[in-house]
Design a protein around this ligand. Structure first.
Ligand code: SAM
Ligand code: SF4
Length: 486
């Protein structure tokens, strides 16, 4: 999955490593106040910041890229690993000086860390004025106004229905070609290592008509690619009467209709053959053949699946409460290969050194990588998170140096697999979507193929948003190189 999490525990190809956070851009539409938002963590968080920017714009704020010019600073935070929270705390201490020189400045902490720590955050971080969880962003203008009058505020209410379906996100840091659309919120899985169900609440699916409308609007503005986002997109399930997954499952017989993920994919794919459709993340227990056949049916649905395995060992998977085992996972990969072929990109997330993991079990992770041959992976060592099932039930007993050594072995394996997979592309003719000039040189253009791999070609005057048919001539483990053939 593109740019999913960015802290130092992650190793990912291409620009996913390039920056730790994203910020708002400079915009002057004559509004009286300025807001600066810094967003950490996963793509869901970056999408949430676009919703926050939209809400604040409606309430008298322009965005700025310079925090020194801001009246309000928001940090949209991540709790997934300890490192992510430490980064935010460090950043808050840097903002201390800014606030000393400008006491009227309002500082807010949003997102998962806000939800996890609630009013404790106000006690621990004195410069923070507002603490707002992922489901309470509509309350931000009130809380900020109240903070301007000297009252600190916290809203970490977790909703069972909120999807912000009616809010049109302000695109931040966009290349004008690809955009992310949030299709659901929360997560009903209880992976034992994961804090997300506690910070993002119960799973809800967004009205498919509002999703199609957002994608259509983007296409009309010149965007050529949308990525449908959710913690577990294959579990998407919506009915006009009920959007909460758990409740909908109980009354499926009485609702007028149900839209599942395969239906939604088809609805978005039909907007135009010129609009590419991607999605992330797929949970191995939920991805269905129906979804794979829908991908096959539409050329504009990109042939790429982020299918995190976490571990290649069935006992560890059970401790992780992933609800599938090694054989189930390999069966899903077999279905992908049978229905979509060898060229379909598959990527993964891996956790090294989960509680009680033995050397043999770690070897199972390396061996499953060899079998699946991932195109790339996001790789982490286990970081215990307070309140999770694993923190309550298991001892975090693998020493840090062992976790890091196992992670290094996983990373080394992935580097050689990425090279092996990329070499298979050399000599092939592929369609790419141009995203702009390459970071290295204006003389080169950067595009992406269907399998989500970056392809660099000589700059022949094509523009961002153009499609090109290229022949792949060379590769590294992270990048393909090609030339235009038509
Ligand atoms: N919903 C997605 C799924 O189930 O595949 C994953 C979302 S999570 C935000 C992204 C990744 O972070 C996970 O797949 C996992 O590999 C990693 N992760 C989550 N909790 C972690 C922890 N406590 N320590 C290390 N890595 C963790
Ligand atoms: Fe976390 Fe598991 Fe939900 Fe992914 S599926 S967000 S890893 S609980």
């Amino acid at each position: 999955m593109e740019n999913i999490i960015k802290d130092i525990d992650i190793i990912a190809p291409d620009e996913a490593q390039a920056c730790d956070f994203k910020t708002t851009v400079e915009e002057n539409t004559g509004k009286s106040k300025k807001i600066y938002i810094e967003s950490y963590g996963c793509q869901m968080n970056f999408s949430d910041s676009e919703i926050v920017a939209s809400i604040m714009k409606e309430n008298g704020f322009d965005t700025t890229s310079d925090f020194e010019q801001a009246d309000v600073i928001f940090l949209n935070t991540c709790s997934i690993r300890e490192k992510a929270e430490q980064t935010v705390r460090k950043r808050l201490s840097q903002f201390n000086t800014v606030k000393k020189n400008k006491p009227e400045l309002t500082i807010g902490v949003l997102g998962c860390m806000a939800e996890r720590l609630k009013d404790k955050l106000l006690e621990e971080e004195k410069i923070v004025d507002v603490v707002v969880g992922p489901d309470a962003y509509r309350d931000l203008p009130n809380l900020v106004a109240s903070a301007e009058d000297g009252n600190k505020g916290v809203n970490t209410f977790l909703s069972r229905e909120e999807t912000y379906a009616d809010i049109s996100p302000v695109r931040l840091n966009s290349n004008g070609v690809s955009a992310f659309i949030s299709i659901m919120r929360g997560c009903d899985n209880m992976c034992s290592f994961c804090v997300v169900p506690f910070t993002r609440g119960r799973e809800r699916s967004r009205d498919p008509h509002s999703i199609v409308k957002e994608a259509q609007d983007l296409f009309e503005k010149g965007y050529k690619e949308v990525t449908l986002l959710g913690q577990n997109v294959d579990s998407y399930k919506w009915s006009p009467e009920e959007n909460n997954k758990a409740r909908l499952n109980k009354k499926e017989e009485v609702v007028s209709k149900v839209v599942n993920f395969a239906h939604l994919l088809e609805m978005v794919a039909k907007i135009s053959p010129q609009l590419r459709v991607r999605f992330s993340t797929s949970h191995p227990k939920d991805i269905t053949d129906e979804v794979l056949y829908t991908m096959k049916k539409y050329d504009n649905i990109c042939k790429y699946i982020h299918l995190p395995v976490q571990s290649g060992n069935s006992r560890v998977l059970e401790l992780m409460n992933r609800t599938y085992d090694r054989d189930w996972y390999l069966d899903r990969v077999k279905a992908i290969r049978e229905i979509l072929g060898e060229e379909c990109g598959i990527s993964s997330d891996m956790i090294a050194g989960f509680c009680t993991e033995t050397e043999e079990e770690h070897q199972d992770t390396l061996s499953i990588m060899d079998i699946v041959k991932y195109d790339f992976s996001y790789m982490f060592f286990y970081s215990e998170r307070p309140g999770t099932l694993a923190a309550k039930k298991f001892e975090d007993d693998i020493p840090l140096d062992v976790k890091k050594r196992r992670l290094a072995e996983i990373i080394e394996k992935q580097a050689s697999l990425s090279m092996e997979r990329n070499k298979l592309d050399v000599g092939k003719i592929q369609e790419i979507l141009i995203e702009g000039t390459s970071k290295r040189s204006e003389e080169q253009l950067k595009g992406r193929n269907s399998a989500n791999k970056v392809v660099i070609i000589p700059n022949n005057g094509l523009k961002a948003g153009d499609y090109a048919t290229v022949k792949i001539t060379d590769c590294s483990s992270a990048t393909l190189f090609g030339e235009v053939v038509s």
